[in-house]
Design a binder for this molecule. Structure first.
Ligand code: SF4
Length: 428
């Protein structure tokens, strides 16, 4: 394997897989097959694949409308239909996709036959009610107990954890007959073992991938490259293609780390990103940082939008249902913690990734992720002496994204970082 064949392979292959995924959805729509609609935090695709459901992630469909710069058309349509400008932009873009009969910039999206979601975001529950009203389909809310207080996470063996686990497992067992009746496919525990096995390979690799970015220079940009990886992690979770993709990606990043090949030619500042990307100007937003030599070494997004895959949970294939429940409980809890109890996570990221600064990006239409970010920032600054930037925009709605204003804030942030570095050098 040479430098020219290995470097960049993850991005090229990721784009190819992503296109294939949407082609597959188009095919399912053409054949009039009903899909399972799921969300990124606790998608349970390991189980749903056993029933041959085409899998649709409406959050990913929605963000793709923004990346392709047509989100405003979808948002306008949903607002004209009666949805408030205030609510989650992802919901509105999806409503417009449904009103258009599944028409999406990347192809045709099949209609739902079933919606399965956790309580990781309260919007998930209200969003699924829209499909319930539109299509009269069954919906299944999987209630995953989250962390009750900072530092209060319990583990296997603790009575509270065991109770939570029994509660989740009972819900997983309830979901199985529902999937059978909607899909007409009988549950096969060996197929579940197979999908869990592929998910194990992906989970191991995802954990390793994030660790590898501790290298200096870092080997991928958590904001730009990381979003491609997230697309594959969600769309191809528990498939052989997904497992292989991440093993190859880890090989690529191991190579880069070994050879000292960074994602930027000249890495100046290592940053941590908190929140959800600014999809309406996705590439430009990232450039505002890279032009100063700033690179995102990690993000809370890579944690919660991967549904907690970063913990690298490995299913016990001898006890597939029990272990699926445990993985769901632990991973979804981690995803929620990355939104609601993020300060210790950020302290750890700053220390292990040698970060120079933290960028908070609260967005108008996602209260789940954005509420409390100002308080979280204050708490972090009490614990770590680190510069931070607080810059607001949106994940979908270009009406509240001002590139000029963001640039001013980003430039001032880097000027501060440069001055701070000079002072540190002059003291040394
Ligand atoms: S987490 Fe935010 S962006 Fe995602 S569905 Fe919930 S409110 Fe919308």
């Amino acid at each position: 394997m040479t430098e020219t064949t290995i470097i960049g392979r993850g991005n090229t292959e990721g784009a190819r897989l992503f296109r294939e995924w949407f082609d597959g959805l188009g095919q399912a729509a053409a054949e009039d097959r009903s899909a399972a609609y799921v969300f990124v935090m606790g998608s349970l695709v390991e189980l749903l694949r056993v029933f041959d459901f085409p899998i649709v992630f409406p959050e990913i469909n929605s963000l793709q409308t923004a990346v392709r710069r047509v989100a405003h058309e979808y948002l306008d349509e949903a607002e004209d239909y009666g949805y408030s400008p205030d609510i989650c932009g992802y919901v509105k873009a999806d409503v417009a996709v449904q009103l258009r009969g599944g028409q999406h910039p990347m192809g045709q999206i099949p209609q739902p036959g079933l919606a399965v979601y956790t309580n990781a975001c309260n919007t998930y529950i209200k969003w699924a009610e829209i499909w319930e009203r539109m299509y009269h389909i069954p919906t299944f809310t999987l209630d995953v107990p989250g962390t009750r207080m900072a530092g209060g996470q319990t583990q296997a063996g603790n009575p509270d954890f065991e109770n939570d686990l029994r509660y989740v497992e009972a819900q997983v067992r309830d979901l199985i007959p529902l999937c059978e009746s909607v899909s007409g496919v009988a549950f096969d525990i060996d197929r579940l073992r197979e999908t869990l096995g592929y998910a194990n390979r992906m989970n191991r690799s995802w954990k390793r991938l994030l660790e590898l970015n501790q290298s200096r220079p870092c080997v991928f940009n958590a904001l730009s490259d990381g979003t491609t990886y997230l697309g594959v992690a969600n769309g191809f979770r528990s498939t052989p293609e997904g497992a292989q993709y991440f093993e190859d990606l880890v090989d690529e990043m191991e190579y880069k780390a070994r050879e000292g090949v960074g994602t930027l030619t000249e890495e100046q500042y290592r940053l941590v990103f908190v929140g959800v990307p600014c999809y309406p100007i996705f590439r430009r937003f990232n450039e505002l940082f890279t032009e100063w030599g700033g690179v995102f070494v990690n993000s809370t997004y890579l944690w919660f939008a991967s549904g907690g895959t970063h913990i690298g949970f490995e299913y016990d294939l001898d006890h597939p249902i029990e272990s699926l429940a445990e993985g769901l409980l632990l991973s979804t809890r981690e995803a929620m913690d990355a939104m609601f109890f993020q300060t210790p996570i950020l302290c750890d990221m700053i220390d292990t990734f040698a970060a120079d600064g933290v960028v908070y990006h609260p967005i108008k239409s996602c209260r789940t992720v954005s509420t409390g970010l100002a308080d979280s920032r204050r708490e972090l600054l009490e614990l770590r002496d680190i510069p931070s930037l607080f810059v607001e925009s949106d994940l979908m709605d270009r009406r509240v994204v001002s590139e000029a204003q963001i640039k001013n804030r980003v430039d001032a942030f880097f000027e501060g970082l440069a001055t701070r570095r000079q002072h540190a050098l002059s003291r040394a």
